[in-house]
Write a protein that binds this ligand. Structure first.
Ligand code: KG4
Ligand code: ZN
Length: 334
């Protein structure tokens, strides 16, 4: 059987990325141009700036993917692009580039859901075993997704307010840490102790939903009260206590869902999957459970186009194609 090579593009937030993926599992090129430096001084992603940077970077990033892989247009079977969710102006750059190239080079076009991409980052490492449970924790999402087969996604739990990474970034901001704050909190937490008892949001019995806004408020109040009373709180301890609260709920809900749905494996995806505290506690919880637990390598946890190419391969095999009416959809459902 002939090999299938997919050129994938991802521009949903603040990384301009292109990749070439062979047969859904083999990474031939993976280029990520990060804009973090441009957004840092604003303490978060500025949509207008993100769009402008995507326009500037997109052609270079795609050319770089071709030179990394050594492939030519003749070798490409399809063009995949993140169609949503994300920032509409940012998504539009990737979608427009993919449509233009699809038209000019006469290649089929495949729109991909960003979260499907995060999940499929794992398939670049290992073949999936169904049913599987995916925990997606990123700057925009916190979801538990049950998959009974390729391309079949059932959301069994999700955040009711802030995303997990968003909570990390907001707490980091309170501690005057640079954007994105998740990795900084992670590092501080390793040197701190859980001296503060923050709330754990388990919600109703049996629910696999998440909530992080109460925890965020608890952290703000704790910092304010300590300041008023002239009490010294170590940033390391705030970070460790916050992280312990987040991680405990993520771990317990994931474990419970894995048991309830009798899954063959659990995979973790998204930017916060890079978190050391989460990795350690999940590994501890699933040890001796008989349920294998997989994480993508760190560089495939945060936004990239390799994961979009991996997810698109399944759509390609299933014959799913998009037309020139493909549009950026910031609220796209999985
Ligand atoms: O998946 P991602 O790159 O972008 C989205 O699709 O949102 O995730 C970015 C998020 C940011 O909120 C960042 O702070 C968080 O992932 N993050 C981390 C760590 N590394 C990245 N959060 C906690 N610990 C980390 N080590
Ligand atoms: Zn993402």
């Amino acid at each position: 059987k002939k090999d299938t090579c997919i050129l994938a593009i991802e521009t949903s937030c603040d990384e301009t990325a292109a990749a070439i993926v062979k047969n859904g599992t083999e990474l031939l090129a993976n280029v990520v141009a990060s804009q973090i430096e441009s957004h840092k001084r604003f303490g978060g992603v500025v949509p207008e700036i993100a769009s402008r940077h995507h326009v500037e970077a997109i052609t270079d990033v795609i050319s770089e993917a071709f030179s990394q892989s050594g492939l030519e247009w003749d070798d490409i079977d399809a063009i995949a692009v993140t169609e949503g969710p994300g920032l509409v102006g940012a998504l539009l750059i990737g979608v427009s580039a993919a449509k233009a190239l699809s038209f000019a080079k006469k290649k089929p076009l495949i729109g991909v859901h960003h979260i499907a991409g995060h999940i499929y980052a794992n398939r670049l490492i290992e073949e999936f075993e169904f049913p599987l449970l995916a925990l997606i924790v990123s700057g925009g999402h916190t979801e538990l997704v049950l998959m009974k087969g390729h391309g079949e996604f059932e959301v069994i739990g999700q955040t009711r307010d802030d995303a997990c990474g968003e909570a990390y970034d907001k707490v980091a901001r309170m501690l005057s840490l640079p954007y994105p704050g998740g990795p900084h909190i992670d590092r501080l937490a390793a040197d701190g102790e859980e001296t503060i008892e923050f709330p754990r949001a388990y919600l109703e019995e049996g629910s696999f939903d998440f909530s992080f806004s109460g925890l965020k408020s608890a952290v703000i109040n704790t910092i304010h009260n300590a300041k008023q009373r002239g009490k010294e709180l170590k940033d390391e301890d705030i970070a460790a206590s916050f992280q312990a609260s987040v991680v405990e709920v993520l771990v317990e809900k994931t474990f419970k869902a894995a048991k309830q749905y009798n899954v063959k494996e659990v995979i973790v995806a998204g930017g916060v999957a890079a978190n050391k505290g989460l990795r350690n506690k999940l590994a501890e919880r699933f040890e001796n459970s008989g349920i294998p637990l997989h994480f993508p390598p760190i560089h495939l946890c945060t936004d990239n186009a390799a994961m979009i190419g991996a997810a698109a391969h399944i759509a390609y095999e299933q014959g799913r194609r998009h037309g020139m009416d493909l549009n950026a959809n910031p609220g796209l459902e999985l």
